[in-house]
Design a protein around this ligand. Sequence first.
Ligand code: PXP
Length: 245
Amino acid sequence: MEKPGIILGVNVDHVATLRQARGGAEPDPLMGATLAILGGADGITVHLREDRRHINDRDLRLMRELVTGVELNLEMAPVGEMVEIAISTKPEMSTLVPEKRRELTTEGGLDVKGEFKRLSEAVKKLKGAGIDVSLFIAPDERSVEWAAKAGAQMVELHTGYYANADRKGMQKELERVRSAIDMARGAGLLVNAGHGLNYSNVHQVAALPGLRGLYIGHSIVARAVLSGMKEAVSAMKSLITEARG
Ligand code: PXP
């Protein structure tokens, strides 16, 4: 049986991480987004963090101007400042994530029940501004149930548990994702998945029925750095050789 298509949202945060390592202008995540779109990305994701450690306000503003033919997904904490920024930027969608200052990356899914009031208020404001909302949650029944109550149109199931599991655990984690997809769809939600997906583990997740989209960042940026290395060195070598006559 043929499966319907699935979208790929490319997270370009780590292009900006590399830029921030020198505090200069390159590589520019806008250029990263342009090339990602040329490569077939169906959407671009940026996570504007409270500490602006990679993507900053200028990036988001220009990204909104640049990304028009595909969806712009603003990943953010459900806090007042970000909700205001989202409303004035108007991305097609916003993915709400928990955010801890010292974490290296988003560590877990949202505690939707525990933070229900804050989340449902953020969802309401964003939806009121015409922005579709997705909640990043663990693939479990309780999270799905509360996400549906919070009024979001979508969830993104956290695939980090699957990605980080050992060989034996992976199948179990994949099953958790599979049944969370069914539950979420049963509750009327559109279902995405992401986090920790890479060139070796994406296949099994991409093959799951019922998924709307996959959101992938680090592994794509890591691959891009290496696949471009030969050409980058060769261009530099030519310049140097030319200068020596
Ligand atoms: N989805 C969400 C909600 C995330 O927080 C992240 C990380 O920024 C991703 C997807 C992408 O994860 P990765 O960089 O591991 O592909």
